[in-house]
Design a binder for this molecule. Structure first.
Ligand SMILES: *[C@@H]1O[C@H](CO)[C@@H](O)[C@H](O)[C@H]1NC(C)=O
Ligand SMILES: *[C@@H]1O[C@H](CO)[C@@H](O)[C@H](O)[C@H]1NC(C)=O
Ligand SMILES: *[C@@H]1O[C@H](CO)[C@@H](O)[C@H](O)[C@H]1NC(C)=O
Ligand SMILES: *[C@@H]1O[C@H](CO)[C@@H](O)[C@H](O)[C@H]1NC(C)=O
Ligand SMILES: *[C@@H]1O[C@H](CO)[C@@H](O)[C@H](O)[C@H]1NC(C)=O
Ligand SMILES: *[C@@H]1O[C@H](CO)[C@@H](O)[C@H](O)[C@H]1NC(C)=O
Ligand SMILES: *[C@@H]1O[C@H](CO)[C@@H](O)[C@H](O)[C@H]1NC(C)=O
Ligand SMILES: *[C@@H]1O[C@H](CO)[C@@H](O)[C@H](O)[C@H]1NC(C)=O
Length: 501
């Protein structure tokens, strides 16, 4: 009896381990919740498309939303496997919503020109149209239908979803969630819109900011629940008197409010997708809660919440996916000051603050340790890299011993790998000043430790001299897979032993 149990147990681990082996190669199974990033571009030092894509990959960011179909970025995303939602700016709605020819041309120029190399998975039609430019409400659904028709003609309508992000203010009386309803004066748009989403299996996109809820209801909504903090006592839970559902945070309540608002119009089969959420790290005197500490808390708690997959009180089985707002601080935005300070990173890839997350499988692996490294970008010109490498190891006086033949960082023997080591050595020696990680634009700062196998980068040695990793010949890109394979072999061994017993 014991023996059978052991076998079953081990077999179970074995299956789990096999599963994890496969999830590695397909990081985004269709129904798994994910975290993506909005990428606004009003940053004075916005990186080149190539640098941006390498950065996304380093940080294991698998989903992004672009506000407009930037050709450079869409092209650079090719073969990255990063999933992209492409936005249509509000000022193009009228043209698309009044002419299916224009819609077909838009799809051709902004989707088909890049797909499938660039994995476009959605089109977000306009942004908060019904609340910012309600006069265009009447063309919104026609625009979505025309775009859908253009995709359907290419057999892509089941792969590329068409929807439109709404402001949370469209939903009235959100608290308690069971009483929420869509602003009824917009029902003439919302009814056909929900019909479209339901028919096409597309999500309801909503931008949810507990930050604004908190600011607008100070003294009523506690900071604790706005920041998704674990509550200090169950008595702080918000209980919806109609459903008796217990809410521990504002975001879940907002998401459920969206479900109730849809239910109120008899739609129960549409998923909620949070297309924007975040917390600003800085504000002016009227925005005292826009602080780095609150931003760290909100975003860290949110990331953990999505990874925990606990769903919402109404739908514990469905954890909505979330696009964080936003990747970079958009310093060119003005008034109020918070507008320029929603980013997780500055345009040069340095983190604005450090998150407290762990167990998130490398997602933003970065921001858990206050250590930065300087590495060569991917996809940059080899000659420029070689020149920079020569300079770093020569006049720059970087310590390039580690990349000499026979030394631990010599393999893989290629320019990019050697340049990364030399750049990091120089950068650490120069006290990690931003200007020391440029090298004619082929270098970038990262918070992901580039060390691999027996090759320890100077930045790691500096931060922690006594931390060798496992010996292996894998480079940083395949490191995870190697360790998964190792555990798979280990479990296989266990299984054999168990059967032997
Ligand atoms: C565009 O609209 C015209 C007229 O309504 C229709 O005949 C045609 O099939 C439409 N084309 C597409 C691609 O939807
Ligand atoms: C769409 O699929 C149908 C049936 O599978 C096929 O006949 C047609 O050629 C496809 N169209 C395109 C544009 O791929
Ligand atoms: C509902 O929408 C109408 C039309 O856009 C707007 O004038 C009104 O202020 C909205 N109501 C609320 C309570 O937001
Ligand atoms: C929703 O369904 C109920 C019951 O069938 C019906 O009374 C109500 O009018 C419907 N509401 C809408 C907006 O269609
Ligand atoms: C990292 O540490 C340095 C020095 O200890 C400090 O100046 C810097 O602000 C920290 N960075 C972040 C993002 O906290
Ligand atoms: C250069 O790096 C090597 C390790 O790769 C180390 O042993 C050596 O002490 C370093 N030299 C200096 C001058 O720091
Ligand atoms: C070095 O790493 C060890 C083990 O991870 C850790 O306990 C220690 O605090 C680290 N030291 C520094 C200076 O980061
Ligand atoms: C790693 O390799 C070195 C030399 O190749 C060896 O001395 C060391 O014991 C190895 N460490 C581990 C943890 O296997």
């Amino acid at each position: 009896m014991m023996k059978m149990k052991l076998v079953y147990f081990v077999f179970f681990i074995f299956i789990v381990s096999i599963t994890s082996l496969f999830t590695f190669s397909s990081p985004a199974a269709p129904d798994e919740p994910y975290l993506g990033f909005n990428i606004g571009t009003e940053a004075s030092n916005f990186p080149s498309p190539e640098a941006l894509v390498s950065f996304l990959q380093l940080q294991k960011i698998s989903h992004v939303r672009l506000y407009d179909p930037d050709p450079g970025v869409l092209k650079a995303l090719a073969r990255s496997r990063i999933r992209v939602v492409v936005g249509i700016p509000n000022d193009q709605l009228l043209a698309i919503g009044t002419s299916n020819v224009t819609a077909v041309a838009w799809v051709k120029n902004n989707v088909l020109a890049y797909y499938p190399q660039t994995v476009i998975t959605g089109i977000s039609v306009g942004d908060e149209v019904l609340t910012t430019v309600p006069v265009w409400g009447p063309v919104l659904v026609p625009a979505m239908q025309f775009l859908y028709g253009a995709l359907a003609a290419q057999n892509l309508s089941s792969i590329i979803k068409v929807s439109t992000p709404h402001a949370a203010s469209l939903i009235l009386d959100m608290f308690p969630p069971s009483q929420a309803f869509f602003n009824q004066s917009l029902n003439s748009v919302m009814l056909p819109l929900l019909g479209f989403l339901s028919r096409t299996g597309s999500p309801l996109m909503v931008n949810f900011y507990p930050y604004y809820v908190f600011m607008e209801n100070r003294g009523v909504v506690p900071l604790e629940t706005s920041l998704l903090r674990p509550l200090s006592s169950p008595s702080k839970e918000m209980v919806d008197p109609n459903t008796m559902l217990h809410y521990t945070n504002v975001l879940d309540a907002m998401i459920d409010a969206a479900y109730f608002a849809m239910k109120n119009l008899n739609f129960t089969d549409i998923k909620v997708l949070v297309t924007e959420t975040g917390w600003p790290s800085k504000g002016d005197s009227s925005e005292p809660y826009a602080t780095a500490d609150n931003a760290v808390q909100y975003n860290s708690n949110l990331i953990k919440h999505v990874f925990d997959r606990t769903g919402t009180p109404l739908h514990p089985e469905v954890t909505p996916s979330v696009y964080l707002y936003e990747l970079f601080n958009e310093d060119m935005r003005t008034m109020p000051l918070s507008e320029a300070n929603w980013g997780f990173f500055y345009g040069n890839f340095t983190p604005v603050y450090l998150l407290h997350i762990s167990g998130t499988d490398g997602f933003l692996a970065s921001n858990t340790a206050n250590q930065t490294y300087c590495v060569a970008m991917e996809g940059v010109d080899k000659k420029t890299l070689q020149t920079a490498l020569d300079w770093a190891c020569g006049p720059g006086q970087a310590n390039c011993t580690g990349i000499q033949p026979g030394e631990s960082c010599f393999q893989p023997n290629d320019i990019r790998s050697h340049a990364s080591y030399a750049f990091d050595s120089y950068y650490q020696k120069e006290g990690k000043r931003d200007v020391s990680c440029n090298f004619n634009g082929v270098a970038m700062i990262t918070t992901t430790d580039p060390s691999y196998g027996g090759c320890i980068f100077p930045g790691r040695l500096k931060g922690n001299a006594t931390q060798p990793t496992v010996n292996s010949t894998a480079n940083s890109g395949t490191h995870d897979q190697t360790s998964r394979l190792a555990s798979y072999h280990f479990l296989l061994l266990l299984l054999i032993v168990a059967i032997g017993l």
